[in-house]
Ligand binder design. Structure first.
Ligand code: TYD
Ligand code: MG
Length: 457
């Protein structure tokens, strides 16, 4: 038999190398490549040498009824159900990733308790905390009386044996994948090989038993343990739980979903009794708005199917440096450079002698190009020290030629703005003929220069 060769695996992204290196070429991380034994069991090694068993293909059409009837496991926590696309799917595997301490265990304990109280059988396997600690947290959350079954196990084979006892559970929460280890491979817990093999065994269990499983994974910066990215491709859904330091709200973001839409978000606020749902995030992000300040524009954005209003703040100030500063928080720096260039080239607004700071209020992060117009409005407003109308929202994409391009979901954005008391909108000339309410009263510039002349008067 061939001698098992050592392999070197990046703990951040899972790329395999034949020799050690200081930097991973695939993901660019430093010091994340660690020697691991070759994996047995799955896809190689002695455990894979078993006799082949004949499979039985089934007709696609014969499955129709079964799939339609598969009931979702709905927690009743609306923000979580939205992010999962309507509840947990029996037989599926979901990954919940996030920084340590962000609130993953808290969220899942609340979900577990809500489901257990509805009569589902929920098993919460904690590899990080002792059963007593988990119970303490449940007490703090006010859900200690919910009939959730707790287990403090880390060995996959033991977990599977435990789960085989009695009626099969509806949902199994594994907190966290980095603590799991399987007898099939020899690497230490937390290494890529262990995390992948353990996840694989649990996912196979989910498919075979029909239980839904949730894998919790810590996002790691140091590369000491494998990050959740190394199992993203194996699971049916991936949610990331995010939050900004110093802010109490948390965003649950759908990154992958085989059974529903991605780009959805759920918004929560962390309090002393756990996570509270925030059903109207716009109110949260617009909370501390100073209406008469120059340099602030309200962007009517979308997160998946849901409109979110958020304030964009710009500060343009004369520079004392040779090269003026450009600093951005919550938006793309390259996109800011582009908007500045278009303002300079097509609208005659010069930023060469000015520092530019851009901030998205509340620590929120925007990825939509539709924010261009709001950013441009905030920049011009700060440059001219003229405050924008307080009851106006902005959205639209700016092209390099200075034209304003239409964006999707105009109607949904306008409806949200109207609900929150805004009276007008600056937006692209829309193909949606049915614009009503504030949309019909809005200003629809075709070129960015039209907006600049309107602001600067
Ligand atoms: P936790 O769910 O343990 O995070 P994770 O599992 O993602 O590592 O959350 C830990 C943090 O949340 C901790 O800093 C304390 C805080 N917290 C509250 O503010 N209120 C609460 O009710 C609970 C349970 C935790
Ligand atoms: Mg935890």
């Amino acid at each position: 038999m061939a001698k098992p060769r050592a392999q070197f695996i990046c703990q951040n992204c899972g790329t395999v190398y034949s020799r050690w290196a200081g930097k991973c070429d695939a993901c660019g991380a430093w010091n994340t490549i660690v020697e691991e034994g070759t994996s047995g069991g799955i896809g190689g090694g002695p455990a894979a040498m078993r006799s082949a068993r004949k499979g039985r293909p089934v007709a696609l059409t014969s499955l129709q009824g079964e799939i339609e009837d598969a009931p979702r496991i709905v927690t009743g926590i609306a923000e979580l159900d939205r992010a999962t696309g309507g509840g947990f799917v029996p037989g599926s595997a979901l990954l919940v990733g996030g920084d340590p301490g962000i609130g993953k265990s808290t969220l899942l304990m609340q979900a577990a308790a809500a489901l257990a109280s509805k009569g589902y059988r929920i098993v919460y396997v904690s590899g990080e905390e002792a059963v007593a600690q988990v119970r303490l947290r449940a007490q703090r959350l006010g859900v200690a009386s919910a009939p959730v079954e707790l287990a403090a196990e880390t060995n996959v084979e033991d977990i599977l044996a435990t789960l085989a006892d009695g009626k099969h559970p509806d949902l199994v929460i594994l907190d966290s994948i980095q603590t799991l280890w399987t007898d099939l491979v020899e690497s230490a817990p937390g290494t890529v090989t262990q995390v992948r093999s353990s996840a694989q065994s649990m996912i196979r269990f989910a498919k075979a038993s029909g239980s839904a499983i949730v894998l919790v994974g810590h996002v790691t910066k140091e590369g000491q343990i494998a990050g959740p990215r190394v199992v993203e491709h194996m699971v049916d859904g991936v949610l990331y739980f995010e939050g900004e330091g110093g802010h109490h709200y948390r965003i649950l973001r759908t990154v992958k979903n085989r059974f529903g839409p991605t780009d959805e978000i759920g918004v929560f606020e962390m309090g002393d009794k756990g996570l509270r749902e925030v059903s109207n995030p716009s109110e949260l992000f617009l909370g501390e708005r100073q209406e008469k300040a120059p340099g602030a524009a309200v962007f009517a954005g979308m997160e998946g199917t849901r409109p979110v209003l958020v304030e964009i703040q710009a500060l343009v100030a004369p520079t004392s440096l040779g090269t003026p500063r450009r600093a951005v928080v919550g938006w793309d720096g390259a996109r800011l450079s582009m908007v500045l260039a278009v303002l300079e080239a097509h609208c005659g607004v010069r930023f060469g002698q000015h520092d530019v700071y851009l901030n998205v209020a509340g620590g929120y992060r925007i990825s939509e190009p539709a924010a261009d117009l709001a950013v441009a409005a905030a920049l011009v407003s700060s440059m001219t020290s003229l405050a924008l109308p307080a009851d106006c929202v902005y959205f639209g994409e700016i092209s390099l030629s200075g034209a304003i391009r239409p964006v999707a979901h105009a109607q949904a954005r306008l409806k949200e703005a109207e609900k929150l008391g805004f009276g007008q909108a600056v937006m692209p000339a829309s193909s949606e003929e049915t614009l009503s309410g504030i949309g019909s009263k809005g200003f629809q510039p075709r070129m960015l220069i039209d907006l600049v002349s309107r602001i600067a008067g």
